[in-house]
Design a protein around this ligand. Structure first.
Ligand code: 13P
Ligand code: SF4
Length: 350
């Protein structure tokens, strides 16, 4: 557990982190990307951290990878690369800097380490987990293999390295249907997200997809009923849902896609009103880039993603703590499963 009081004291000794209208003003071009969602007074609080992190990042020769669910001050203020799980994994493999700071959850940092093992990979809070990753163990994979002999195991990247090592190939929400469709087997095991598996089963009806009983605590909470009620109330709203939502929720949506798929859809379609059925920061992060779009309706917060804060990023870069390692015996098979996914995704795009 991080000791916040001690961290704040140490950081205060090394950096000028007092709220500063001057620093806020100096970093105005960065603020312009989040003006619609971050009030000026809040920016005066964040700006000194953003300035300190960006300076330290250069000193440490570090690159910050940030998932689309990060807060706007991380996403727009300090990230070098932003994206969905697949985009961040591909970017991690190509990074030449000495240090990767993963602003996301632990499985993402582990994936970066798997794909670029020579780099120091930091996660600002080791406790940033994922309900999906926590729902499954290698023993569960072994049991699924016993129940469905010969069926390949496709694991979502939202898993630990040891679960990846026990699987045949990984997938993300942006390529899951393509990966399942590309496999020769008629029956495919998908783990751990039962809803992603059920949504893929609908997209690839010629396969029999079987699944583990895991779910994302953010997306399982949305209901078809709340979307129906919302549509009745605001019929001109475009409903855009992440495929970790239950199938009846997806059935109510106008579009379903990974977090980057959602961004691409909004950019392309420019709906007057959009309801993003996903984590709350998604709408915040793209709001300023799309001033003609009004983002409306409910969203759910991921408590794991929200463990990553500017203060903790500064702390990890300052102290070089939060180093992510992967056991050498697991790294090889886990990397193979992730690389197979990346290669198959590239073939699909070619
Ligand atoms: P994508 O960004 O790949 O859509 O994944 C969403 C997610 O829940 C990551 O934790
Ligand atoms: Fe895991 Fe869901 Fe949070 Fe993503 S949003 S990290 S899938 S709990």
């Amino acid at each position: 557990m991080l000791d916040h009081a001690a961290i704040a004291e140490t950081l205060g000794d090394h950096y000028d982190l007092a709220p500063s209208p001057e620093t806020a003003e100096r970093l105005g071009p960065i603020y312009a990307r989040m003006r619609r969602v971050v009030p000026p007074a809040d920016w005066a609080l964040h700006a000194p951290y953003v300035a300190a992190i960006n300076e330290l990042k250069a000193e440490r020769n570090a690159v910050i990878l940030a998932h689309n669910y990060m807060t706007p001050q991380i996403y727009h203020g300090i990230a070098d690369v932003v994206g969905d799980s697949l985009q961040l994994a591909i970017a991690a493999a190509e990074i030449e800097a000495d240090v990767i700071v993963q602003c996301g959850v632990h499985f993402m940092a582990e994936t970066s380490k798997l794909l670029n093992p020579g780099k120091t990979v930091l996660i600002p809070d080791m406790g940033a987990g994922c309900s999906l990753a926590e729902s499954i163990t290698p023993a569960d994979i072994a049991e699924l293999r016993r129940r469905y002999p010969g069926a390949p195991v496709v694991t979502y990247v939202n898993t630990s390295a040891e679960v990846k090592a026990a699987s045949d190939i990984c997938c993300t929400s942006s390529n899951a249907a393509h990966i399942v469709a590309a496999l020769e087997a008629e029956t495919v095991i998908m783990a751990p997200d039962k809803y992603l598996a059920q949504n893929v089963a609908r997209q690839v009806p010629r396969k029999t997809v079987v699944w583990h009983d895991g779910a994302c605590i953010v997306h399982e909470r949305f209901t078809a009923r709340e979307l129906q009620e919302f549509r009745e109330w605001q019929p001109d709203t475009r409903i855009i849902a992440h495929p970790e939502c239950p199938p009846d929720v997806i059935a109510e949506a106008d579009f379903s896609g990974s977090t980057s798929g959602i961004i691409d859809y909004v950019s392309r379609e420019q709906p007057g009103k959009a309801l993003l059925v996903t984590e709350c920061s998604m709408a915040s992060n793209i709001s300023d880039a799309h001033p003609a779009v009004e983002f409306v309706g409910p969203c759910n917060m991921c408590p794991h993603m929200k463990k990553i804060t500017l203060e903790k990023v500064l702390w990890s870069l300052h102290s070089m703590q939060g180093v992510v390692e992967v056991d050498a015996t697991l790294a090889k098979p886990a990397r193979r499963a992730v690389e197979r996914m990346i290669n198959l995704s590239r073939q699909a795009q070619a």
